[in-house]
Design a protein around this ligand. Structure first.
Ligand code: NDP
Length: 219
């Protein structure tokens, strides 16, 4: 690959691959969130960083004090933005999307805005040269388009424990297209940087759900 790998990362309720309800996650899984943070932040190479690309609605679902996600180059896509890729500072003052980055100027901006998912995937490696991986982090509308664009998928497969009712869900992955385009890959441990800790028991029980982490790669 002559560009950073594009990796979709998603947590979904099996088998219908539900991912959201009412603009939020249908569950609260702390260890799953910790896995997401570690995987998207950690790199193999010192001095490199990862990017996280998300739809405007997923950005808005993150509490303002937690965004942009630290230690990662954040890109928000919205068809309302003026440019195909620009640092957020150039957006209108008072914008909900203005950066909370600290006073020290980072090597490159922590937050970028794009009006095109495909254009930002092409342009990002040119504008941010030290990228190791580009993570696509949702939501449903972005995942539907990234199926045909990404090289790998990191899927957390969730099931309710027997006493737990299935949660209401209104956002889903396209299971047919994922099965057609991706195959399971056993090499999750070596795919993740050493700083990421995988559980000894592959199944985690938390908050009424049972889940495990899986890697898929393009067929
Ligand atoms: P998204 O986060 O996918 O954002 C959709 C918006 O992105 C669109 O309205 C548009 O913004 C913009 N957009 C979409 N495609 C493009 C494009 N090609 N170019 C430029 N802009 C584009 O929203 P969804 O409602 O689909 O998904 C949100 C749901 O997903 C929530 O419930 C959330 O909790 C869940 N989620 C679940 C995850 C999981 O792992 N389980 C992870 C992430 C989110 P505009 O309207 O401004 O033009």
């Amino acid at each position: 690959l002559n560009r950073p790998p594009i990796v979709t990362i998603v947590a979904c309720l099996m088998p219908e691959m539900g991912i959201g309800y009412n603009g939020k996650l249908p569950w609260r899984l702390k260890q799953e969130m910790a896995y997401f943070r570690q995987v998207t932040s950690a790199t193999f190479a010192d001095g490199k960083r990862n990017a996280v690309i998300m739809g405007r609605k997923t950005w808005e679902s993150i509490p303002p004090k937690f965004r942009p996600l630290p230690d990662r180059v954040n890109v928000v896509v919205s068809r309302q933005f003026a440019e195909d890729l620009a640092p957020a500072q150039s957006s209108a003052p008072g914008s909900k999307l203005s950066s909370h980055a600290g006073a020290a100027a980072p090597a490159s901006p922590a937050l970028w805005l794009s009006n095109s998912l495909t254009r930002c995937l092409d342009l990002l490696p040119q504008r941010v040269p030290d990228l190791e991986r580009i993570y696509v982090i949702g939501g449903a509308e972005i995942y539907a388009q990234s199926n045909s664009l990404c090289d790998y998928m990191l899927i957390t497969k969730i099931e309710p424990e027997s006493a737990t009712e299935r949660p209401p869900m209104d956002a889903f992955l396209d299971t047919q297209s994922i099965h057609a385009l991706f195959q399971h890959d056993q090499s999750l441990p070596s795919f993740l940087p050493p700083a990421v800790s995988l559980p000894a028991d592959p199944y985690i029980s938390e908050n009424g759900y049972r889940y495990n982490f899986a890697l898929y790669r393009r067929r």
